[in-house]
Design a protein. Sequence first.
Length: 100
Amino acid sequence: MNIFGIGLPEMILIMLVALLIFGPKKLPEIGRSMGKAIKGFQDASREFESEFKREADLLEKPAPTQAPVQEPVKVTAEVVSTPVVAPSEDSKELTTVTDA
């Protein structure tokens, strides 16, 4: 019998030391509380493992198909020629320049 690398003689020695320290009345209470703690740890471990497997299964499944993309809207722009007002070189008057 080998639990956590501890053999039977070592387990007996640990139990005797615990019996001397805590006494015969406290030892069953301590054993019960340790058993509950180990059971809680095992339950949490199982829950973590099942959650991990569930997430791994979700990653392996193909992604759901998406709705088809609509055709892009064609936008056309009209170029409108607007007159540009610029000062004339020889006077202080404004002249109108148009693009050809």
